[in-house]
Write a protein that binds this ligand. Sequence first.
Ligand code: UN1
Length: 491
Amino acid sequence: MPVAGRLLIGGEWSAPRADFASHEPARWAEHVGTFPQATAAEVSDAVGAARATFPAWRRTSRVLRAECFDRLAQLIKRDTDALAELMARECGKNVTECRAEVVEGLHMVQYVFGSGRLPFGEVIASEIAEKDAFLRRKPWGVVGVITPWNFPFAVPLWMLGPSLLEGNTCVFKPSEDTPTVGQRLVELFAEAGFPAGTINLLHGDGEPGEALVRDARVNVVCFTGSYDVGRRIQEISASMHDRIVAAEMGGKNAVVVCDDARFDLAVTAGVLSAFKSTGQRCVSASRILVQEELFDRYAGAFVATARRLRFGDPLDPSNFAGPLVNPAAVEKVLGYNRLARDEGVAVLLELERPAGDGCFVPPFVYRTPHDAAMRSTREEVFGPHVALIPFRDDDEAVRIANATEYGLSLAVITESYRRMRLFRDECDYGMGYVNLPCIGAEVHLPFGGVKRSGNGHPSAAALVSAVTHPTAWTVNHGTDIKMAQGLSTAI
Ligand code: UN1
């Protein structure tokens, strides 16, 4: 029975409306739910409700705000299996990965709950002995949260969690590919007792998304998704006086395998980075840079491992990974596979697509020397499309790793402290890993990137700096006025 999609505005659930359907990527004919596409008026009402609720929520004790997250954590624990299953059906990720994502969302909620009793400012010294000075972080007001389908549970919580803890109210628009997971998450917030209007839910594609971004009553927009959409959000927001945009965009991430690497670890790190989530993480690796001496042996083991990975029903936990998210993604990834061939690469692995209406695309692995003119090794593909690129020495590896417009995640596989340090200092990334895959970030670390991957406001715990603004608060405990900088008080 498909889920009936509804909007939540000011604590009121709208009547269900079936303007669009969400599909199962593994069986495209199956609908998970039908959803309303929010109209301009509904977007405006949602922002209005968030605005109207802001003063009361801001004035609620920080500790009590945080305690709502304790209740939310209990509900997520209660529903972990059901949430993982729903997510597997709607975004196509294997249920074991979906379970890990529910746990990641839970970690964010637990982090936020714990933060409720931690300091949210600093005591700062003054030139004047009688003055006490403080840095206090204040919420901006209304936060618009626009999130992707590939992490439909954890990524919204990275944004909603810090925003609500700090006293902001939110308008949340999940991806139109995963509206059921988004709606389920909002139902849990409501059940946890978050007051009406603190979290408002919209559904739909880029149209309501753009209306939300254009509404100047939205103080902060938190976005994760493609570079083009992130760029558009920044352009619209540039005309607004005090709009903050926190944008996480694409990646063209690399794993660098040095000739002193532990071999099996290097193969596991490369395969997990490339193929977990069927290559549909923004941190997935689509470039494995391998030192020349090791190249043939590594390529042989990498291809042999990729060949035996099972891409199948996301609800079967024995499968390694699932389909791509939708038919458009299939077209895009197959298009990049063709492009790589046209660009003259040596194909090492290309398997038959299975029959049926599932959006399955098997791994495509190729060897190519680095060539700055190639598009397939520079542009984000978002699928199981992997280039193995040989390098001579570390300087060349740094040059190749940096030769994209993105800078999100990076992994270096080496036993050498000196080599590790060179990559740490010379490469462009937001999340760097040594002897690990370039996926698998934890919520208490900053999650973001440089160049086209981000705009300087990392997500998860680090988002606090985007959804609050620091204020200086200075109090005189003396009985007369003494000014800093020796300013005369004579009048
Ligand atoms: C994403 O790819 O959009 O670091 C988010 C990871 C996950 C989050 C990925 N914790 O792989």
